[in-house]
Design a protein around this ligand. Structure first.
Ligand SMILES: [Zn+2]
Length: 309
C-alpha cells in the first residue's frame, strides 16, 4: 500500500500530513515551528517528515506547499521573504536526495486553491478564482479543469496585480498592488495613515491590529468602516479583472480576513457590479468562503501529488 506526505510550510509554522492513497483524509498531521533559534528551516522540515514517515507503506511522493515565488519546473523556491536564506533555494532537490522519493514544490496559496477545488467550496467547478486574504494576499486559478501555472510556475500572483501605480506601498515594495488595499496589512496601513493625518476614531493606538479595526468597525467607527469599504472596493476591481480574463463560475475567499467579510462584502459586490463589462459575468457566479480552513494547503498538495504520480 502507498502513502503520500504533504507539507504546508509557513514563515512561523510548518504542518506535515501523512495520507494513505486509498483515503481522502490525512492519517496524521504534525506541526512544528519552522525556525527555532536561527536554525535552518530545512532541519525542522526534514525532522517533521521523518516523524510522519509510515513504517509499513511505501511513500510514493512528498508534495510541499511553500510561501513566495516557486519555480515549479526546477522545484525551487525563487524567493520566500519570510524564511531566512530561501532565495533560489533547491527545496525539491534537497528533500528528494534525503528521502529518495519524488518531490513536488508549489506555491502555498495555489495549493489551497487546489484543495478548495477538489474537496472544498469549489467542488464541481472547472473554472475557479481563489484568494487567501490574510496579512498578505495570494491565490490561484483553475481554468478548464487545469491549474493555471504559467511557463515557470509563477503565474497568478493575484495579490500583486497593479490597481493604481500611485497607490500605497505593497509588502513586495511596489506601489498600488491589490494586496496594498485589501489584505489585513493593507487595511491596517490605511487606518494608520489616516490616524497620522488626524482622522477621528475610537481606536486608541497609532497602529491598531486587524482585530481591533474590525471591532471598531462593528461598533460603527467611521474610519474603521472606511478601511474595510476601500478594501472591498479594490477587491471588486481585482475580481472583475479576473472575470474578464477567464470567466470563472466560482470565486472563493479564504484566510483570516474572511472573519470580517461582512464588513467587506457590501462595497465588494457594489464595486464588482460597477466594474464588470457585462452582467453575464456575474450570472450564476458562485461567491463563497473557503471550507477547508487550515487544511486547504495539506489537502491541495495531496490532490496535486495524486495527479502527478
Ligand atoms: Zn505587491
Amino acid at each position: 500500500m502507498d502513502a503520500i506526505i504533504t507539507l504546508d510550510i509557513g514563515g512561523t509554522n510548518t504542518r506535515c500530513a501523512l495520507f494513505h492513497t486509498e483515503k481522502d483524509d490525512p492519517v496524521s498531521i504534525e506541526k512544528v515551528n519552522t525556525s527555532v533559534n536561527n536554525e535552518p528551516a530545512i532541519n525542522r522540515i526534514i525532522e517533521v517528515v521523518e516523524k510522519s514517515w509510515p513504517k509499513d507503506r511505501k511513500v510514493v511522493g512528498i508534495a510541499a506547499a511553500a510561501p513566495g515565488s516557486i519555480d515549479v519546473i526546477k522545484n525551487e523556491v525563487i524567493l520566500a521573504p519570510n524564511i531566512a536564506g530561501w532565495q533560489d533555494y533547491p527545496l525539491g532537490e534537497i528533500l528528494e536526495k534525503h528521502f529518495n522519493t519524488k518531490v513536488l514544490v508549489n506555491n502555498d496559496a495555489r495549493m489551497a486553491a487546489v484543495g478548495e477545488w477538489k474537496r472544498g467550496a469549489g467542488r464541481g467547478h472547472n473554472d475557479i478564482l481563489y484568494y487567501t486574504v490574510s496579512t498578505g494576499l495570494g491565490g490561484g486559478v483553475i481554468t478548464g479543469g487545469h491549474i493555471l501555472q504559467g511557463s515557470r510556475g509563477i503565474a497568478t500572483e493575484v495579490g500583486h496585480i497593479v490597481l493604481d501605480d500611485n497607490g500605497p506601498l505593497c509588502g513586495c515594495g511596489k506601489a498600488g498592488h491589490f494586496e496594498s488595499y485589501s489584505s489585513g496589512t493593507g487595511i491596517q496601513h490605511h487606518v494608520e495613515r489616516k490616524i497620522k493625518e488626524g482622522a477621528a476614531t475610537i481606536l486608541k493606538t497609532a497602529a491598531p491590529s486587524s482585530r481591533e479595526i474590525a471591532e471598531a468597525a462593528k461598533a460603527g467607527d467611521e474610519l474603521a468602516l472606511e478601511a474595510f469599504e476601500i478594501g472591498g472596493y479594490y477587491m471588486g476591481i481585482a475580481v472583475s479583472n479576473y472575470l474578464h480574463i477567464f470567466n470563472p463560475t466560482c470565486v472563493i475567499f479564504g484566510g483570516g480576513v474572511t472573519l470580517s467579510f461582512d464588513l467587506i462584502m457590501p462595497s465588494f459586490r457594489a464595486s464588482l457590479e460597477k466594474h464588470v463589462l457585462n452582467p453575464l459575468y456575474l450570472k450564476d457566479l458562485k461567491i463563497a468562503l473557503a471550507e477547508l480552513g487550515d487544511n486547504a494547503g495539506l489537502i491541495g498538495t495531496y490532490e496535486y501529488m495524486k495527479q502527478n504520480v
